[in-house]
Write a protein that binds this ligand. Structure first.
Ligand code: KQY
Length: 365
């Protein structure tokens, strides 16, 4: 059975583990909407299969898929991947899925409000009601009790170190299209109550031109407690330069929950990646969704990678920096196998590998 709980995870002794801690498995959601994914989402589906297959070599993976796409997804995915039917509006389970918390003995879920990255104030699609039910449905399928958090929040807008430190961006969490009636302190209080946190690191901005309003998971992440990786460029003419510099200074000047200074590693970005005419023409135009126009810069970043048990799955763009990113990350995580997956088709939808995955922590490490 899965109950809706009163109270808060913090009061009940639950915390959000770091993504680098052990997982019971990974959840994904299958892409299909033709006004976000070009050519009826066929190329994106192929990329999702590659990501899912790579992750499933490290840990169990479940793909949730609409009724209309069930046969197609089941046919394209390897047999070791569990496929379950789940209606949805799009495929970003990092953002609409549950955030799992644990007390070391059992697992619970936090179910945030989801408004498709801004609701009617610049949100990315309408409606989003099916996505808003995904967290509850995943919790039910896993028989995990659930807290309903009174906060609009996407999982990609936060990273935690598992010890009580959270990292986020003002660009997203303080955006008037998320929780306009809450102050920074009130948002911190809700996050603290639901994820068991005592320290907040606020970056200002995320990756240049990121349609999520600067999700932290595209620009900076914890490699482990005390160690972070930051998207970087040395090109002063790139608008990303100033953003990354500013974040570097913030990170250098701060400490984590344990009073440690952070070790900050710069991960070089791919060269600017622009939408081609062919790619733009493959997306159905539907009123109310973001146009995908030729020449628009995509929010490409190697930081949008995903930890799995013993592995790391990293986006690749067919860019001269691809190998450097893999080498840098492998050096930072010598006890994991770093695997690259070509991810341009996911990037074209507005996110990357981290945005399309959600970890379910193992109850005991
Ligand atoms: O990056 C993400 N976390 C989600 C991006 C959503 C894009 C919708 N078009």
């Amino acid at each position: 059975m899965a109950f809706l709980l009163e109270g808060t995870p913090k009061n009940d002794g639950y915390r959000m583990p770091g993504e680098f801690e052990k997982h019971a498995g990974t959840w994904m959601l299958w892409p299909e909407r033709p006004d976000n994914w070009r050519l009826g989402a066929k190329p994106a589906q192929k990329a999702f299969v590659e990501v899912a297959t790579a992750i499933s070599r490290f840990e169990p993976l479940t793909m949730a898929v609409s009724q209309a796409q069930y046969n197609n997804a089941r046919n394209l995915l390897p047999g070791n991947i569990r496929v379950v039917e789940m209606s949805n509006n799009d495929s970003w389970i990092r953002d609409c899925g549950p955030t799992f918390v644990t007390n070391g003995e059992s697992l619970r879920a936090v179910d945030w409000d989801f408004n498709a990255w801004g609701g009617l104030l610049g949100g990315l699609y309408f409606p989003w009601d099916l996505d808003d039910l995904v967290a509850q449905k995943v919790a039910d399928l896993e028989r995990v009790d659930r807290y309903k958090a009174p906060l609009v929040l996407e999982g990609g807008s936060i990273h935690v170190d598992g010890e009580g430190t959270l990292m986020t961006t003002r660009e997203c969490l303080l955006n008037e299209n998320r929780n306009p009636d809450l102050t920074q302190e009130e948002i911190e209080a809700h996050l603290s109550d639901h994820l068991n946190l005592s320290k907040f690191i606020w970056l200002n901005r995320g990756i240049y031109n990121d349609e999520t309003n600067g999700h932290v998971d595209n620009i900076c992440c914890f490699i482990r407690p005390g160690v972070v990786a930051l998207a970087w460029t040395d090109d002063k003419s790139d608008p990303q330069y100033e953003i990354s510099q500013e974040n570097y200074e913030i990170l250098q000047a701060t400490t984590d929950v344990k009073g440690r200074k952070l070790e900050v590693h710069k991960i070089y970005q791919p060269n600017p990646i622009l939408i081609t005419q062919e790619e733009s023409e493959g997306v159905d135009a539907i009123q109310g969704t973001l146009p995908r126009q030729k020449g628009d810069r995509l929010a490409a970043s190697y930081i949008n990678f995903y930890f799995c048990n013993g592995g790391v799955v990293v986006p690749q763009f067919n860019d001269p920096h691809d190998k450097l990113a893999l080498d840098q990350l492998q050096k930072l995580m010598p006890d994991r196998k770093v695997v690259g997956v070509y991810a341009r088709e996911i990037l074209l939808g507005g996110g990357n590998i981290h945005c399309i995955t959600q970890q379910q922590p193992a109850v005991k490490n």
